[in-house]
Design a protein around this ligand. Sequence first.
Ligand SMILES: Nc1ncnc2c1ncn2[C@@H]1O[C@H](COP(=O)(O)OP(=O)(O)O)[C@@H](O)[C@H]1O
Ligand SMILES: [Mg+2]
Length: 254
Amino acid sequence: MGSVNAAEVRDLVKKYGDFKALDGISFDIKKGEIFAFLGPNGAGKTTTVKVLTGLLKPSSGHVNILGMDIVKDIDLIKEKIGFVPDQPYVYPYLTAFEYMRTVGDIYKVPSGRQKKMIDELLEMFEIGDRAGEIIDSFSHGMKQKLVISGVLLHKPEIMFLDEPLVGLDPKSARIVKDLFVKLSKQGTTIFMCTHVLEIAQKLADRICIVNDGKILELDTFENLRKKDGSGSDLESIYLRLTGAVNGAVLPEDI
Ligand SMILES: Nc1ncnc2c1ncn2[C@@H]1O[C@H](COP(=O)(O)OP(=O)(O)O)[C@@H](O)[C@H]1O
Ligand SMILES: [Mg+2]
C-alpha cells in the first residue's frame, strides 16, 4: 500500500440483501486531490461514501484509508477524517455554538483554536449572529453550513462530502468551492459526491463516474474529453457515458 494514496479501494462489493449496490469497484484517491464522484440517482455514491467512512461494512473487498484498514482500524481512521452527509443530522436542541463546542471537544481540538475558529467559521458562513439559536430552527442550508464548519474545526486529513452544495445559496456555495481549493493546496484530500457538473469540471483533479454500482470512467477532465473526442463539456460527456444523451421520453399527455 503506497503512501501517496489517501484511500485505496479494491474489489469493493456492498450488498443490501441480495441486491448489489456496489458491484466490485476499485480506485485510489491521491493525497491532496479533489476527487469528484458522479453518477445518476441510485448509482451507489452514498453507499460508497458510507463504506469509506466506516458507517457501512463492505460485503467483500478491501478499503484502506490513510494506510489503515476500514474494518479493523475504524476508530483510528475516524479521528483523521471528516464526513459531511447528504442529510445534515445535527442534534436539534443544541445551539449552533454548543454543537461546535461539542464537535471540538470530541475531536480534542485545543480550546484556543476552538474559541478562534468557531467564531471565524460561523461568521464566514453568515450564521455567526444565529450561534445562540437551537439548530432545529435552522434551514437545511444553514444546517449544512454548520456541519461543514464542524468538520473544518478539527482539520481532517480527508474530507468526505455527500452532495455538499445541495441547499446552499450561491454565496455559500462559492465559499465552499474556495475552501476546497485552499484545503487541497494545504494537502487535505477532498472526496465529493456531486451533481453539480460545472464544479466537478472546474475543481476536481480527477472525476469518477459510476452507474449501477460500477465505475464507468475515472480520469482527469482533460483526459475524459480526449477519450470522448468531442471537445465537449463535462455535462455532455457525462450524459453520453450514462446513456442519457437523448433525454427521457416525456408522456404525451403531460
Ligand atoms: N439501506 C438500503 N437498503 C436497501 N437498498 C438500499 C439501501 N440504501 C441504498 N440502497 C439502494 O442501493 C442503490 C444505491 O443507493 P445510493 O448509494 O444511495 O445511491 P446514490 O447515492 O448514488 O444515489 C440504490 O438502488 C438504492 O435504492
Ligand atoms: Mg446519494
